[in-house]
Design a protein around this ligand. Structure first.
Ligand code: SIN
Length: 282
């Protein structure tokens, strides 16, 4: 018997009574409905093998193989999200608000993250619901972005935007610099339609969006800053305190997320898989 409890007013639900090690039709339906309704789904105590995690991911769409980040040496569809204990005073993968790889022509539709090894404190992940953010946008901001496109690029990891040497970032995730898929400017609608629900969602983020397509970077900056301030309000957010064995599944088109970097001196390892669907559309 499964039970679904909302975790906050706008973002996230925990499903209890589900065993993700074997995904039957009923489990798949529960997962699909919960993700469409709540944008982030948490299932605790799973301790999935990589094969089981991939099977869960495929409930939502074909497994994506991503450019630009080194996957596990023996599995091209799994990324180890890792920061080692000795990597102190440096940036962390996903350490600002973003939607995974929005700079791709067809960014992942969603991600599955499974906790393997966790610090004794910190390392939470925070998600913010971009449907709620769009629905509550002040009229002037809504008018400013209506019908526009935004430019996304693999900043700050691509060649053009590669951070200076002194801005150190965890080396535990290998970036393939010079990857044309990451360095190309790509356009996506600033507001997208969510295929599952026909709702609208904001689709810009501070890591990868450089400007609105019809404006320069300096002209776009005040509008984007205001959008981000609104879109990341705690009201729209859910902050997950990880326990070993937890699995989080999120809609990468209707949420942004943020990996908190507050556990220096401790190792943190999670396995991430992503699923594909059609490209974002207006
Ligand atoms: C990610 O951005 O996919 C990683 C999130 C996390 O490490 O919490």
């Amino acid at each position: 018997m499964t039970r679904i409890d909302k975790l906050t007013g706008f973002t996230g639900a925990e499903i209890r009574g589900l065993d993700l090690r074997v995904v039957d039709d009923e489990t798949a339906t529960t997962l699909l409905e919960a993700l469409a309704a709540h944008h982030v789904v948490i299932v605790r105590d799973q301790n999935l093998s990589l094969g089981q995690q991939k099977a869960v991911t495929e409930v939502f769409g074909p497994l994506a193989t991503l450019p630009y980040i080194d996957p596990l040496p023996d599995d091209a569809q799994v990324i180890a999200v890792l920061k080692e204990a000795h990597e102190t005073d440096m940036g962390v993968f996903g350490g600002d608000w973003h939607s995974d790889f929005s700079f791709l022509a067809n960014p992942p539709a969603g991600s599955v993250l499974a906790a393997v090894e966790l610090p004794p404190h910190g390392g939470d992940t925070v998600w913010a619901n971009q449907v709620a953010a769009h629905r509550t946008l002040p009229r002037d901001l809504r008018d400013a972005i209506d019908g526009t496109d935004a430019v996304h690029v693999g900043k700050p990891y691509g060649v053009r935007w590669a951070p200076p040497e002194e801005e150190r970032s965890s080396a535990s995730i290998g970036m393939r610099r010079g990857d044309p898929d990451a360095d190309e400017n790509r356009l996506h609608p600033t507001v997208i339609t969510v295929p599952e629900t026909d709702e609208q969602a904001l689709f810009v983020n501070p890591i990868y969006t450089t400007r609105l397509a019809h404006l320069s970077e300096s002209e776009s900056a005040p509008i984007l800053d205001e959008l981000y301030r609104h879109a990341t309000r705690p009201d729209f957010s859910y902050r997950h305190r990880w326990e070993p064995g937890d699995v989080a599944i999120w809609n990468n088109r209707t949420t942004m997320h943020y990996a908190t970097n507050d556990y220096d001196g401790h190792r943190r390892l999670l396995h991430r898989t992503t699923f594909a669907r059609e490209a974002p559309r207006r």
